[in-house]
Write a protein that binds this ligand. Sequence first.
Ligand code: FE2
Length: 391
Amino acid sequence: MSDLDWTTLQSRWSFPTLVWFGAGRLAELPAALAELGVTKPLLITDRGLAGAGIIANAQAALEAAGLPHGLFSDVQPNPTSDNVAAGVAALTAGGYDGVIAMGGGSAMDAAKAVAMMVGQDRPIMDFEDIGDNWRRVEAEGMLPVVAVPTTAGTGSEFGRSSVITDPVEHRKAIIFHPAMLPGLVILDPEVTVGLPAGLTAATGMDALSHAMEALCAPGWHPMADGLALTALKMIRDALPAAVAEPANMEARANMLVASAMACTALQKGLGAVHALAHPLGARYDAHHGMLNAVLMPHVLRFNLPAVAPQMRTLAHWLELEGAEPGAAVLAWLKGLSQGIGMPATLGGMGLEIAAEDEPALIRDALRDPCAGGNPVTLTEAGLREILAAAR
Ligand SMILES: [Fe+2]
């Protein structure tokens, strides 16, 4: 534990975008909007959060500043292109000039996509992150976004993409444009205090998976490696505390910042955990973070032959006991996951994969953009092996 006062500590960073960190800074939402020139924002959140106290607090801050605003919350847990289209319609009808993205990954991704799509004539899937599709975006039509994450996991507030489900094809697509990065992020750990233990654990494991997959992704990106390693150590220390003591502001603050760092690191690449979690989440509407928690040890075991240097560094950095670094990291990962109540298998999270679904799941995992970042080249046989182990 540090000597810092986590209730009064504030910071202002410009990495990778403008960040206002500090407990209670949600109250500065009007100033954040002014910084981006927004005079009439649409607050976008998800159905589950719409009636929550933190949304009411945000609205109260806007009202106190005399800012006209609207609320759109028709966003489901794995947001679809229909949710985005409905948000664009609400935004256009109300004449709003900016977006407040407030919530977990689903609300954040939907809000970023709405702010982009309001200026586009093409359908959203035309901007899927394949090749140079992002160059099709009319960037001047995009609206500014202030992001306020209410979970510490997705890191979408620091991301330049949104994961949007195609409801017809039951497929998740990554929609990308560099200007989807929110213009300002308020990291207020107080906002995450009400998050239940189960969601704190599952979203925290999403953050951990971003850091782990980024560290293991091939390629030379020392900046991303540094962020990933620091995030992993912060999560090791803070996640069990945040799950056990929801009001522990130090744990909440460290998780929020570690999640943001892990998301910044993932520009190096993600791997099989996310390549599989995307089609599984799209098909069964399962929680992304919990899927990652279940898949991660099985994927790591599969990848161990290709990540010996990373495991040596990580085992040393985390001061893990054991002669074999890969085995030590794997044991640590399983212990952490189990200790915060995450299931060890897909069956344990109530997810039975029908035999007839498997070929489509594997096909979609192979064509997921994250598949290319796995340190072991993914094949049908390899993915079948991971799924069999995770069942
Ligand atoms: Fe993720």
